[in-house]
Design a protein around this ligand. Structure first.
Ligand code: AGP
Length: 624
């Protein structure tokens, strides 16, 4: 997830772009840049590897003279490590066409090969740069005689070349382009990434979200997927991707800019809980079909052959990432592929047993967790090869792993991990499908069915999120509780652990996650009258046993909240229910964790805790 912004008008473009980028930094902050068309129709381009403050200092010395229009970008790397070369804006070979982009161009490798074959020289590792060179080709194909006509005569050419460029892109994009030869118009297009137009007086704005320009105008137009905008300082025209003009209604935003950064949510954690469908979608995008491994080769180095060759997988991580490891273990074992999972801080002895046929899967949102890095080094010393699953491009973990699979969740600001966890699960399900298909465990029909089920998950997540208010009511009933129990079985056992961790992290109260089968072996003794017990019990082979666990807990006075689907609701006799949409048992962890995240959030809210920055915790634990 990155932040893009754009401006056209007679005010200080550079200052406006920088100010907007500062308000978009929560969307990405590993590098940034601006491009401004100045009064002489020259392009002024400045980029830094680092935060917007560094860019601000850079341009303060030499702001563009008499600027008219420009674009800016603050990056959360997905393709290509953070660096000045990989920072946006990107240009074509002429250096006069500029693009900023948020999203993932799925077909960028094909486009890049064709453009390079046509003589284009690329300066970055990003997917975005192909857009600028593709635009250059389209302008050429329209036989533009730039010198021959006045700039405004070039506007229809600029627009048509832009339309043809956008038509060739596959994947997700919110993008904006300027062309130095046509400074009175800025173009923007949206597909699967947010893009909003700000309507000012004698000036107009574009951005990833309203926080970038809310101080200048609250009149906005939200673009939908498949829409483009031709933005001039005195007006905006809207089109579909075929170039057909459309009309759009403006709305007035009621938020202040602080609320806008959180998308109108009270906390980043709640905003990020609601971004989970997008996190799963973006992590799966362009990597799933055909299942069997080779589609991952270009990006991760993993091949069908390598997936066949590994004898076992060894997951290792900390905290929430460790709970993702446990889901991975159950998932791979479900396919008959040997898999283990350890917390990184307890991996030292097991590390000695690693060997070249083991694939160690190190999961880390930050890619900087000291315990996980230490475990990776121990495993490599024993001869194992390491796959990193991380949300942070260019992190230490990515530089030490043999293979890297990025989750595309954008920066996670809340200390309590939510969307990054879902991204980790999506990456694990993706990997398991490829491994099982590569090893012939899934037939081609079964592989297709598995992929179809996985592609349905984002919609099921949205349906689950729609139950937020009911879940909040249940949570508020337990706001005064000082102890919580979470239980489940099999592939949802890790979700019980994750639910307990979420409550502990942000509400500072005691909570335990347990394998439900363990209750009789001791923990059942701690149940007291009214103790909140959350039981994750979707339809599946563990349902009857889970129903028994709930009965036993209730008989001892527990106040049971069951996380169920419509069918299992009939079997489980709880005090309260949170009912999820139906899903195949194997995929239920991608849904069952969501009500537990929301439950923890509203307990913490009722307790007036500092939800985004809980006491004693850091977003990344870089010490052992
Ligand atoms: C999760 O809510 C916690 N913030 C914490 O357990 C976290 O998952 C753990 O520290 C691992 O962090 P990483 O994913 O960046 O390695």
């Amino acid at each position: 997830m990155c932040g893009i912004t754009g401006y056209i008008g007679d005010n200080k473009t550079t200052d406006i772009l920088i100010d907007g980028l500062k308000r978009l930094e929560y969307r990405g902050y590993d590098s940034c840049g601006i491009a401004v068309v100045d009064a002489k129709n020259e392009l002024y381009l400045r980029r830094v590897s680092g935060r917007v403050d560094a860019l601000d200092k850079l341009v303060a010395g030499d702001p563009a003279k008499g600027p008219k229009s420009g674009v800016g970008h603050t990056r959360w790397a997905t393709h290509g490590a953070p660096s000045e070369d990989n920072a946006h804006p990107h240009t074509d070979c002429t250096g006069r066409v500029v693009v900023v982009h948020n999203g993932i161009i799925e077909n960028y490798l094909d486009l890049k090969e064709k453009l390079q074959a046509g003589g284009h020289k690329f300066k970055s590792e990003t997917d975005t740069e192909v857009i600028a060179h593709l635009m250059e080709e389209k302008l050429k194909s329209l036989h533009v005689q730039e010198k021959a006509v006045r700039a405004e005569m070039l506007e229809p050419v600029f627009f048509e070349a832009f339309r043809r460029t956008v038509a060739e892109l596959k994947g997700s994009f919110a993008l904006s382009m300027v062309w130095a030869s046509c400074p009175a118009m800025l173009l923007a297009a949206r597909m699967h990434s947010p893009l909003v137009i700000g309507l000012g007086k004698g000036e107009n704005f574009i951005a990833s979200d309203v926080s970038a320009f809310l101080k200048f105008t609250k009149r906005v137009v939200f673009l939908n997927d498949g829409e483009m905008a031709a933005v001039r300082k005195d007006g905006v025209d809207y089109y579909d991707f075929k170039g057909k003009k459309t009309s759009k209604d403006a709305v007035t935003i009621q938020w202040d800019s602080t609320m806008a950064e959180k998308g109108g949510y009270k906390h980043f954690m709640l905003k990020e809980i609601h971004e989970q469908a997008e996190s799963v979608e973006n992590t799966l995008r362009g990597r799933l079909l055909p299942l069997g491994g080779d589609i991952l080769k270009a990006e991760t180095g993993l091949t069908t052959a390598s997936m066949k060759g590994f004898a076992a997988l060894q997951f290792v991580a900390c905290g929430t990432a460790y709970h993702a490891c446990l889901v991975g273990r159950f998932l791979f074992e479900n396919f008959g592929i040997p898999a283990h999972a350890d917390v990184a801080s307890e991996f030292t002895d097991r590390a000695k047993l690693m060997h070249k046929d083991t694939l160690v899967v190190a999961i880390s949102q930050s890619g900087e967790t000291a315990d996980t890095l230490f475990a990776v080094r121990e495993a490599k010393a024993a001869g194992a090869r390491v796959l990193a699953i991380t949300n942070t491009v260019g992190s230490t973990l990515t530089r030490e792993a043999d293979y890297v699979l990025h989750t595309h969740c954008g920066p996670e600001i809340g200390v309590a991990s939510t969307k990054a966890f879902l991204g980790q699960l999506a990456a694990i399900y993706l990997l398991a499908g490829h491994f099982a298909a590569a090893r012939g465990i899934l037939s081609s029909t079964e592989a297709r069915r598995y992929a179809e089920d996985l592609l349905k998950v984002p919609r099921l997540i949205e349906e689950t999120l729609a139950g937020e208010k009911e879940i909040a009511k249940v949570a508020e009933a337990f706001a005064a509780s000082e102890h919580f129990l979470f239980i489940s079985r099999h592939i949802n056992y890790p979700i019980a652990l994750e639910g307990a961790l979420k409550i502990k992290e942000i509400s500072y109260v005691h909570a335990e996650g347990y394998a439900a089968g363990e209750m009789k072996h001791g923990p059942i003794a701690i149940i007291y009258k009214g103790m909140p017990l959350l039981a994750v019990a979707p339809t599946g082979r563990a349902l009857e046993l889970m129903a028994g666990n709930v009965e036993e807990a209730k008989a001892r006075g527990a106040d049971v909240v069951a996380i169920v689907d419509a069918a299992s609701r009939k079997t489980v006799k709880a005090n309260r229910y949170i009912v999820l949409p139906d899903a195949p048992e194997l995929f239920t962890p991608l849904l069952t964790v969501i009500p537990l995240q929301i439950f923890a959030y509203y307990v913490a809210l009722a307790k007036k805790c500092d939800i985004d920055k809980p006491r004693n915790l850091a977003k990344s634990v870089t010490v052992r």
